[in-house]
Design a protein around this ligand. Structure first.
Ligand SMILES: O=C(O)CCC(=O)C(=O)O
Ligand SMILES: [Fe+2]
Length: 270
Protein backbone atom coordinates (compact mmCIF):
# COMPACT_ATOMS: atom_id res chain seq x y z
CA UNK A 1 0.00 0.00 0.00
CA UNK A 2 1.16 3.47 -0.83
CA UNK A 3 1.82 5.50 2.25
CA UNK A 4 -0.53 8.38 2.82
CA UNK A 5 1.10 11.70 3.61
CA UNK A 6 -0.02 13.30 6.82
CA UNK A 7 -2.87 15.73 6.40
CA UNK A 8 -0.70 18.41 7.99
CA UNK A 9 1.69 18.23 5.07
CA UNK A 10 -1.04 19.31 2.78
CA UNK A 11 -2.85 21.51 5.24
CA UNK A 12 -5.93 21.57 3.13
CA UNK A 13 -8.52 23.73 4.80
CA UNK A 14 -10.39 20.83 6.30
CA UNK A 15 -12.47 21.33 9.38
CA UNK A 16 -11.36 19.08 12.16
CA UNK A 17 -14.25 19.53 14.54
CA UNK A 18 -17.23 20.70 12.60
CA UNK A 19 -20.45 21.46 14.38
CA UNK A 20 -22.91 18.65 14.72
CA UNK A 21 -25.47 19.17 12.02
CA UNK A 22 -28.82 17.55 12.41
CA UNK A 23 -31.37 19.75 10.69
CA UNK A 24 -31.87 19.81 6.95
CA UNK A 25 -31.31 23.53 6.85
CA UNK A 26 -28.12 25.11 5.75
CA UNK A 27 -26.35 26.36 8.83
CA UNK A 28 -22.61 26.39 8.33
CA UNK A 29 -22.30 30.10 7.95
CA UNK A 30 -20.31 30.59 11.11
CA UNK A 31 -17.62 28.32 9.69
CA UNK A 32 -14.53 30.35 8.74
CA UNK A 33 -13.32 27.83 6.15
CA UNK A 34 -16.69 27.72 4.45
CA UNK A 35 -16.57 31.52 4.36
CA UNK A 36 -13.09 31.41 2.84
CA UNK A 37 -14.32 28.87 0.27
CA UNK A 38 -17.18 31.16 -0.70
CA UNK A 39 -14.77 34.06 -1.16
CA UNK A 40 -12.64 31.89 -3.44
CA UNK A 41 -9.65 31.81 -1.08
CA UNK A 42 -9.59 28.05 -0.66
CA UNK A 43 -10.67 25.51 -3.29
CA UNK A 44 -12.07 22.84 -1.03
CA UNK A 45 -13.98 22.50 2.20
CA UNK A 46 -14.94 19.33 4.02
CA UNK A 47 -17.63 18.93 6.65
CA UNK A 48 -18.41 16.03 8.91
CA UNK A 49 -21.71 14.94 10.40
CA UNK A 50 -23.82 16.61 7.74
CA UNK A 51 -27.54 15.72 7.98
CA UNK A 52 -28.98 13.31 10.51
CA UNK A 53 -27.97 9.66 10.67
CA UNK A 54 -31.57 8.67 10.01
CA UNK A 55 -31.77 10.73 6.84
CA UNK A 56 -28.36 9.49 5.63
CA UNK A 57 -29.48 5.91 6.09
CA UNK A 58 -32.77 6.62 4.31
CA UNK A 59 -30.86 8.11 1.38
CA UNK A 60 -28.53 5.13 1.25
CA UNK A 61 -31.42 2.72 1.06
CA UNK A 62 -33.14 4.97 -1.47
CA UNK A 63 -30.04 4.75 -3.68
CA UNK A 64 -29.92 0.96 -3.47
CA UNK A 65 -33.69 0.68 -4.00
CA UNK A 66 -33.54 2.82 -7.15
CA UNK A 67 -30.67 0.78 -8.43
CA UNK A 68 -32.49 -2.51 -7.77
CA UNK A 69 -35.54 -1.10 -9.56
CA UNK A 70 -33.40 -0.64 -12.66
CA UNK A 71 -32.66 3.07 -12.51
CA UNK A 72 -29.32 4.40 -13.65
CA UNK A 73 -26.45 2.80 -15.46
CA UNK A 74 -22.91 1.73 -14.88
CA UNK A 75 -20.85 4.30 -16.67
CA UNK A 76 -17.42 3.12 -17.65
CA UNK A 77 -16.11 5.39 -20.31
CA UNK A 78 -16.36 8.97 -19.27
CA UNK A 79 -15.38 11.62 -21.78
CA UNK A 80 -11.68 12.24 -21.50
CA UNK A 81 -10.28 15.75 -21.66
CA UNK A 82 -8.98 15.07 -25.18
CA UNK A 83 -12.44 13.90 -26.24
CA UNK A 84 -11.11 10.75 -27.88
CA UNK A 85 -9.60 8.52 -25.22
CA UNK A 86 -11.80 5.53 -24.46
CA UNK A 87 -9.88 4.34 -21.46
CA UNK A 88 -12.06 2.88 -18.73
CA UNK A 89 -12.02 5.72 -16.27
CA UNK A 90 -14.58 4.52 -13.80
CA UNK A 91 -16.87 1.59 -13.10
CA UNK A 92 -19.55 3.15 -11.02
CA UNK A 93 -23.32 2.92 -11.12
CA UNK A 94 -24.90 6.36 -11.41
CA UNK A 95 -28.57 7.12 -10.78
CA UNK A 96 -29.52 10.63 -11.90
CA UNK A 97 -31.97 12.48 -9.68
CA UNK A 98 -31.78 15.80 -11.43
CA UNK A 99 -29.91 17.28 -14.34
CA UNK A 100 -30.26 20.58 -16.19
CA UNK A 101 -33.37 20.80 -18.28
CA UNK A 102 -34.89 17.73 -16.67
CA UNK A 103 -37.37 17.38 -13.88
CA UNK A 104 -36.22 15.63 -10.75
CA UNK A 105 -36.65 11.94 -11.20
CA UNK A 106 -40.06 11.05 -9.93
CA UNK A 107 -39.69 7.37 -9.28
CA UNK A 108 -42.44 5.93 -7.17
CA UNK A 109 -40.13 3.52 -5.44
CA UNK A 110 -37.40 4.04 -2.91
CA UNK A 111 -37.73 6.71 -0.26
CA UNK A 112 -39.46 9.66 -1.90
CA UNK A 113 -39.54 11.66 1.31
CA UNK A 114 -35.78 11.32 1.91
CA UNK A 115 -35.12 12.32 -1.69
CA UNK A 116 -37.26 15.44 -1.25
CA UNK A 117 -35.26 16.37 1.84
CA UNK A 118 -32.04 15.90 -0.09
CA UNK A 119 -33.32 18.15 -2.89
CA UNK A 120 -34.27 20.85 -0.44
CA UNK A 121 -30.93 20.61 1.35
CA UNK A 122 -29.10 21.01 -1.94
CA UNK A 123 -31.37 23.89 -3.00
CA UNK A 124 -30.60 25.68 0.25
CA UNK A 125 -26.93 25.13 -0.28
CA UNK A 126 -27.20 26.66 -3.74
CA UNK A 127 -29.07 29.65 -2.37
CA UNK A 128 -26.44 30.15 0.26
CA UNK A 129 -23.57 29.97 -2.24
CA UNK A 130 -25.38 32.25 -4.67
CA UNK A 131 -25.61 34.98 -2.04
CA UNK A 132 -21.95 35.74 -2.72
CA UNK A 133 -20.77 37.60 -5.82
CA UNK A 134 -18.43 34.78 -6.78
CA UNK A 135 -21.33 32.37 -7.05
CA UNK A 136 -24.23 34.63 -7.91
CA UNK A 137 -24.46 33.01 -11.35
CA UNK A 138 -25.32 29.61 -9.87
CA UNK A 139 -28.87 29.09 -11.03
CA UNK A 140 -31.58 26.88 -9.50
CA UNK A 141 -32.04 25.04 -12.80
CA UNK A 142 -28.34 24.31 -12.91
CA UNK A 143 -28.26 21.76 -10.15
CA UNK A 144 -27.15 18.28 -11.16
CA UNK A 145 -27.75 15.58 -8.62
CA UNK A 146 -27.08 11.86 -8.65
CA UNK A 147 -26.36 8.84 -6.54
CA UNK A 148 -23.12 7.01 -7.15
CA UNK A 149 -22.93 3.36 -6.14
CA UNK A 150 -19.52 1.72 -6.00
CA UNK A 151 -19.08 -1.99 -5.35
CA UNK A 152 -15.94 -3.76 -4.23
CA UNK A 153 -13.53 -3.28 -7.13
CA UNK A 154 -15.04 0.02 -8.30
CA UNK A 155 -12.86 3.07 -8.85
CA UNK A 156 -12.87 6.43 -10.56
CA UNK A 157 -9.56 7.52 -12.02
CA UNK A 158 -8.01 10.93 -11.65
CA UNK A 159 -10.04 13.65 -13.34
CA UNK A 160 -11.36 17.19 -13.14
CA UNK A 161 -15.14 17.61 -13.08
CA UNK A 162 -15.11 20.65 -15.31
CA UNK A 163 -12.15 20.33 -17.64
CA UNK A 164 -11.44 23.02 -20.17
CA UNK A 165 -12.03 21.33 -23.50
CA UNK A 166 -10.91 22.81 -26.81
CA UNK A 167 -13.09 22.73 -29.92
CA UNK A 168 -11.75 22.09 -33.47
CA UNK A 169 -10.67 25.71 -33.84
CA UNK A 170 -8.78 25.51 -30.58
CA UNK A 171 -11.18 27.73 -28.64
CA UNK A 172 -11.59 26.85 -25.02
CA UNK A 173 -15.09 25.59 -24.29
CA UNK A 174 -15.82 26.01 -20.65
CA UNK A 175 -18.04 23.51 -18.97
CA UNK A 176 -20.44 25.28 -16.68
CA UNK A 177 -19.88 23.17 -13.59
CA UNK A 178 -18.67 25.50 -10.85
CA UNK A 179 -18.93 23.67 -7.54
CA UNK A 180 -18.83 19.91 -6.96
CA UNK A 181 -20.50 18.39 -3.95
CA UNK A 182 -19.99 14.88 -2.64
CA UNK A 183 -21.95 13.61 0.35
CA UNK A 184 -21.08 10.16 1.65
CA UNK A 185 -23.88 7.83 2.68
CA UNK A 186 -21.77 4.89 3.86
CA UNK A 187 -22.85 1.29 3.42
CA UNK A 188 -25.14 -1.14 5.18
CA UNK A 189 -22.64 -1.61 8.03
CA UNK A 190 -23.21 1.70 9.67
CA UNK A 191 -21.37 0.77 12.83
CA UNK A 192 -18.15 -0.25 11.12
CA UNK A 193 -15.75 2.66 10.74
CA UNK A 194 -14.24 3.22 7.31
CA UNK A 195 -10.53 2.46 7.31
CA UNK A 196 -8.98 3.51 4.00
CA UNK A 197 -5.92 1.31 4.58
CA UNK A 198 -8.20 -1.76 4.59
CA UNK A 199 -11.39 -0.64 2.87
CA UNK A 200 -9.79 1.58 0.20
CA UNK A 201 -12.24 3.97 -1.42
CA UNK A 202 -10.54 7.22 -0.39
CA UNK A 203 -11.38 10.38 -2.30
CA UNK A 204 -7.87 11.43 -3.28
CA UNK A 205 -7.47 15.15 -3.85
CA UNK A 206 -4.40 16.22 -5.84
CA UNK A 207 -2.49 19.45 -5.60
CA UNK A 208 -1.77 21.56 -8.66
CA UNK A 209 -0.68 25.07 -9.45
CA UNK A 210 -4.11 26.40 -8.55
CA UNK A 211 -4.71 24.32 -5.49
CA UNK A 212 -2.22 25.77 -3.10
CA UNK A 213 -2.02 24.68 0.46
CA UNK A 214 -1.81 27.27 3.15
CA UNK A 215 1.28 25.77 4.66
CA UNK A 216 3.19 25.99 1.38
CA UNK A 217 2.05 29.57 0.99
CA UNK A 218 3.20 30.40 4.49
CA UNK A 219 6.55 28.83 3.81
CA UNK A 220 6.76 30.86 0.63
CA UNK A 221 6.68 27.77 -1.57
CA UNK A 222 3.34 28.74 -2.98
CA UNK A 223 2.50 25.54 -4.75
CA UNK A 224 2.25 21.86 -4.27
CA UNK A 225 4.02 19.17 -6.17
CA UNK A 226 1.67 17.69 -8.75
CA UNK A 227 1.52 14.38 -6.98
CA UNK A 228 0.95 15.64 -3.48
CA UNK A 229 -2.41 14.50 -2.36
CA UNK A 230 -4.82 14.33 0.48
CA UNK A 231 -7.06 11.34 1.13
CA UNK A 232 -10.57 11.99 2.37
CA UNK A 233 -12.30 9.12 4.17
CA UNK A 234 -15.73 8.46 2.65
CA UNK A 235 -17.45 8.24 6.01
CA UNK A 236 -21.20 8.52 6.30
CA UNK A 237 -22.13 12.17 6.81
CA UNK A 238 -18.91 13.65 5.40
CA UNK A 239 -19.53 16.25 2.72
CA UNK A 240 -16.91 17.78 0.45
CA UNK A 241 -17.38 20.91 -1.65
CA UNK A 242 -14.74 21.90 -4.16
CA UNK A 243 -14.24 24.08 -7.18
CA UNK A 244 -15.03 21.91 -10.19
CA UNK A 245 -12.43 23.53 -12.43
CA UNK A 246 -9.59 23.51 -9.96
CA UNK A 247 -9.44 20.27 -8.10
CA UNK A 248 -8.11 17.07 -9.67
CA UNK A 249 -9.26 14.02 -7.77
CA UNK A 250 -9.81 10.30 -7.98
CA UNK A 251 -11.60 7.56 -6.10
CA UNK A 252 -9.21 4.81 -5.03
CA UNK A 253 -10.46 1.26 -5.63
CA UNK A 254 -12.90 0.37 -2.91
CA UNK A 255 -13.18 -2.93 -1.08
CA UNK A 256 -16.54 -2.05 0.32
CA UNK A 257 -19.87 -0.78 -0.99
CA UNK A 258 -19.44 2.95 -1.19
CA UNK A 259 -22.53 5.02 -1.81
CA UNK A 260 -22.66 8.78 -2.13
CA UNK A 261 -24.57 11.71 -3.50
CA UNK A 262 -22.64 13.52 -6.23
CA UNK A 263 -23.91 16.92 -7.24
CA UNK A 264 -22.78 19.91 -9.24
CA UNK A 265 -23.85 23.53 -9.21
CA UNK A 266 -23.63 25.12 -12.63
CA UNK A 267 -23.35 28.69 -13.85
CA UNK A 268 -26.20 30.09 -15.91
CA UNK A 269 -25.53 29.30 -19.52
CA UNK A 270 -24.81 32.34 -21.59
O1 LIG B 1 -17.25 9.24 -5.37
C1 LIG B 1 -16.55 10.22 -5.10
O2 LIG B 1 -16.04 10.38 -3.99
C2 LIG B 1 -16.24 11.24 -6.17
C3 LIG B 1 -17.04 11.10 -7.44
C4 LIG B 1 -16.54 11.99 -8.53
O3 LIG B 1 -15.42 12.41 -8.53
C5 LIG B 1 -17.42 12.40 -9.66
O4 LIG B 1 -18.54 11.88 -9.76
O5 LIG B 1 -17.01 13.24 -10.47
FE1 LIG C 1 -15.27 14.01 -9.86
Amino acid sequence: LQSVPAVEKWAVPMRREPPKYTQPQWCFNSDPIYQAFKRGEVPLVCFKNVLSKVLLESLRSDATALRSAGFGATAGIAQAADGISDEVRRNVHQVWLQSPGQRPQEAFCGDIDARKKLLSFVSELRLDLAALPKYESLVPGGIELSYLLYEPGSFYKRHIDSPKVRDREGNVMVDKRAVSMILYLGDAHENRDWDISIDGGALRIYGNENVKCRQAQEKGEGRLQLDDYLDIVPERGTMVLFESEQVAHEVRPTERDRICVAGWFRHRSC
